[in-house]
Design a protein around this ligand. Structure first.
Ligand code: NAG
Ligand code: NAG
Ligand code: NAG
Length: 396
């Protein structure tokens, strides 16, 4: 017992010293903001570190408090034991069982938050956000995030409108990996201020949870963003074109565009990634929805979807879930011809599909390798791109 006491006091002294050094190092930088990182992934606890966030582009951050998230005590969410009593439950694949056991859980701790001026803008820096890029990324996809930061996801002004960027991530399901990757994400958050991480397992069937948590975050921390782009980290988004397109639209009107998928239903073959058994959904038809690779939505529509999400139970496939929310609100998704979630077909096989001229009029193309993003970005930035009139966008 006395040994334990000694250990504890040693640990406390070390902690106090560390905090003291941090405060000493940064006391002159009164405009810098401190964020907490939580390390309690899967039972591993560590003293809480203080992380210093470099203000972006050397701008001075106004000395206001970050907008407070609703203060709640987070009660750990337990599996719903009576779910396991449903007939056929034990025959389901593991990820389906996980989904059913935990689908009532919607409250998760934020491990990395965005800087408070993410959406409001700051004096001398970027203005209030017009288009917020909310990019779903797996914790380990560091290279993809890095390339997006350097290419289409650059925070900047286009046509006088501010684009800001956030990566939405959960945690690695594997405990040891989680510790490592959380460290990586803490570093990224510190360097770029673009990580929004929650303490839930980042799996395919938890993508709807990620979406719903983001909608809650947006309502509190980013209510004034005119438009939201929701997309994956393996796409190429022509963000300049997006701004030009969105400037012809109104934030307070319905807008939900992407690539609309109709007349499909749950896939009932168990080996499919998209397998949804009757136990999860009885109906055989999905409402119309937009493929999740990339969707643009207005402030109005984001609010409507959030409202619907409060009453519609989580459904494992995130883009279908958004379609369910729209349907409930009496809204419809629309196709934009410039959004190609299935890649693009060049008019002739002799012209490769990797031709910047095909991309100059597009908003989004799915399936890009990281280095291809860099090449495409460079090509599109090259103002004397010589293109004949081979526009592939058909008139609507
Ligand atoms: C599951 O079913 C058994 C038998 O019908 C019942 O005794 C038990 O209480 C049920 N468990 C839960 C958690 O509902
Ligand atoms: C737990 O599962 C049962 C059976 O599916 C369901 O009736 C009940 O509402 C669930 N409870 C929660 C808290 O979701
Ligand atoms: C979703 O995340 C929760 C919290 O980490 C986890 O308990 C659950 O198993 C996950 N669900 C799936 C389907 O992976």
């Amino acid at each position: 017992m006395p040994r334990l006491k000694k250990r504890c006091s040693q640990a406390l002294i070390l902690l106090a010293l560390a905090v003291g050094v941090l405060i000493f190092l940064f006391q002159d930088h009164s405009s810098e903001l401190f964020y907490e990182t939580h390390w309690q992934d899967l039972g591993m606890s560590e003293p809480q570190h203080q992380i210093v966030l470099e203000p972006q582009q050397q701008q001075r951050v106004p000395e206001t408090q970050p907008p407070a998230l609703p203060q709640r005590l987070l009660v750990p969410c337990f599996a719903n034991a009576s779910v396991a009593n449903m007939s056929g439950f034990s025959a389901q694949p593991r990820h389906i069982q996980d989904f059913l056991l935990y689908k009532h859980c919607r409250d998760f701790l934020i491990l990395q938050n965005a800087p408070p001026n993410k959406c409001t803008g700051s004096p001398g820096g970027l203005g209030p956000v017009f288009l917020l890029l909310a990019i779903k990324s797996s914790p380990k996809n560091y290279e993809r995030r890095d390339l997006i930061r350097r290419t289409w996801g650059q925070e900047r002004e286009v046509n006088g409108a501010t684009i800001r960027r956030l990566f939405l991530v959960g945690t690695e399901p594997n405990g040891l990996e989680a510790r490592k990757v959380n460290w990586l994400l803490a570093m990224e958050a510190q360097a770029h201020g673009d990580i929004l991480q929650w303490d839930f397992h980042d799996t395919f069937f938890n993508l709807t949870l990620k979406q719903v948590l983001f909608l809650e975050w947006r309502a509190v921390q980013c209510p004034d963003a005119s438009f939201i782009f929701n997309g994956d980290d393996d796409i190429f988004a022509h963000t300049d074109n997006m701004v030009v397109y969105l400037q012809d639209n109104k934030a307070d009107k319905h807008l939900f565009v992407g690539y609309v998928i109709r007349n499909v239903g749950p896939i009932r073959v168990p080996w499919s990634k998209y397998f949804v058994p009757e136990l999860v959904m009885k109906e055989n038809k999905y409402p119309p929805y937009c493929g999740g690779g990339g969707i643009l939505m207005s402030q109005f529509t984001t609010g409507a979807i959030r409202r619907a999400s409060h009453v519609i139970p989580l459904f494992p496939i995130d883009d279908v879930y958004l379609g369910m929310c729209l349907e409930r609100e009496g809204l419809a998704p629309a196709t934009h011809m410039g959004i190609r979630v299935a890649g693009i077909q060049p008019p002739s096989p002799r012209i490769g599909s990797f031709n910047p001229c095909f991309y100059q009029d597009l908003l989004l193309v799915h399936r890009f390798l990281p280095y291809e993003m860099l090449l495409m970005w460079d090509a599109l930035k090259n103002s004397d791109l010589e293109c004949s009139k081979v526009s592939i966008i058909q008139p609507k």
